[in-house]
Design a protein around this ligand. Sequence first.
Ligand code: GLU
Length: 308
Amino acid sequence: MIATDPSETKAPASENRAVLRFAPSPNGYLHRGHAYSALLNAEFARRLHGRLLLRIEDIDPQRSLPRYCSALEEDLAWLGLTFEQPVRRQSEHFADYRESFARLHDLGVVYRCFCSRGEIGAAVKRMSAGGITSPLDPDGTPVYPGTCRTLKKSDIENRLAEGKPFQWRLDHQKAMKQTGPVSWSRFDIETGRTTAIPVQLDRWGDVVLVRKDIPTTYHLSVVVDDSIQGITHIVRGQDLEAATDIHATLQNLLLLKPPLYIHHPLLRDGSGEKLSKSRLSRSLRDERSEGLTLARLKRELGFSESRE
Ligand code: GLU
């Protein structure tokens, strides 16, 4: 069968329209990598005759700052991108994350973890002193050794009585038992074909779903919001591809319709490092003040006039 180029198909009825989103976190100024992702989302939305939404991922009260929020809106306007209003801000939707978490709790696939970062580090060190190397997750963090997974009820009650803070982790083994094998769908925009990618949840171990200070984490909110906003195609950087294991598992547990995924390559700087806010890669604002024009940026990012 010859696959049709989605860009040549007629616009579908509105209820079947593709919905894409650009979902920046306002914890720093946007750089070229964000510009690339946002422009790619806009291009794919156009080719799929879909809608493009903006979502502000500002769950982290310490790191999300209003000045980054207004800066990113300015940057996106400069890129020529406009979005439907109102824009969804995650910090205004904690109730939605609580509700989904309650469903996971009812399924019995989460547990309280009282460990501090230091305690986890010490447990990992003890293991390696005993000859057990703790595996690293795809982000390079040691997989949680599972200290609190088997806490007795009385231990939990004592810690709660002491007022010890806790987070909630997904028990990945119970989750996998519940879901059976899960896969997510990689979408190829050129051919319109999808490929099933098997989830490997065990490489992540028991990830945190609810932090000590806020009733959610990136993984939980992203899955809940993509569903609430009816996102059909997720276009984001390759650095998040492995995390799709977690997202697909949560979608399966919460009975949410899974979107299709495109993970695009990351832009690198001259030394081959990926651009990142934490490494203070040059921001779009700085580049703009040094004379960068939109036409030049688009050309350099590979968006030719004909692709606009
Ligand atoms: N907020 C995330 C970021 O800025 C993107 C999340 C996503 O696209 O799933 O890296």
